[in-house]
Design a protein around this ligand. Sequence first.
Ligand code: SF4
Length: 350
Amino acid sequence: MKRSAYSLTSSEWKENLLNWEESSHVYPFLLDGLYKDRGIWDKHLSKNLKSKIEINYELELPTLVNLQKSQDGTTKFLVRFSDGLEVETVLIPFHKRYTVCLSSQVGCAMNCSFCYTGTQGFKRNLTSGEIVSQYLLARNWLKVHDLSSPQPSIVFMGQGEPLHNLDEVKKAILILNDSKLIGVGIRQMTLSTAGYLPGLQRIKDFPQVNFALSLHSPFQNERSKLIPINENYHLEDVMRALKDIPLLPRQFITFEYLLIKNFNMTDEHVEGLTHLLNGQKAIINLIPFNPFPNSTWERPDETEIENFKDKLVKNKLRVMLRRTKGSDILAACGQLKVEKLARTKNAGSR
Ligand code: SF4
């Protein structure tokens, strides 16, 4: 199987030109042709160079097998790779901008109890090229359907634990950020982790993206019920590792907090959060639970949500309430799972 052309950094392309004994003058045309307009290759690259690229690299993006659109404009893509495995990628509209939610693995090994992906098990890591390709598919689709929209930002909150696939995710971030290739601002990217400590301990020289932790409870035992890896990687150690991440003056760590009825919304939780986040540059992102088929947890009502938020604000915590997007097509947080049923329509026909 050929390596994806979208898994190479700009310096790897430069090295290729050297190894192929090609003039360095074609370097910008090679990159622009790959990421902007393939016609550039016809004008500026020799036949010989084009065939070297084609022989060595896969230029096709993965297949868009299906596309679903939510009433709120959220679009969910079912993406199939060359080995037949599939992931979901979600394009989320927000105030005339879009965010692409990327998957980093096929399935996930973390098995969080609130997450539909977790019920699917782990199949394999995605390569950097497969991660970048998801972004390109979503961006290309957006170019056709909403010409005025700026380059979408990125969240690594799709299927998989990004820090469980750290090397490929890191390389994908470098490619996505490189202005010679795609050019998404580094602060336009957010990586969300369930608290996978071996990964967190390796991010010292990681690109300076925003980080988010799936927190969901300030209490060790209770959090383990939601996130089983919390038993091995204690919340206290995870918090310590997060404190070591260097932050820019106006940069914060986001703490995602699923609001689950009759579970994690008491006054003790308000106090627990206040204590846990003391001294941390933190924003709490409240996310009302999105039910999925056979889930055992329930979504709280609006009054409960507002009350809990007000109590946190009263304790001087920074809080955001994320309104659910795409829940009618199972594209909201924790709802992604590749279903056989989803493969009924051809995305290309839309
Ligand atoms: S919430 Fe994230 S880490 Fe947990 S099972 Fe789902 S995809 Fe994996």
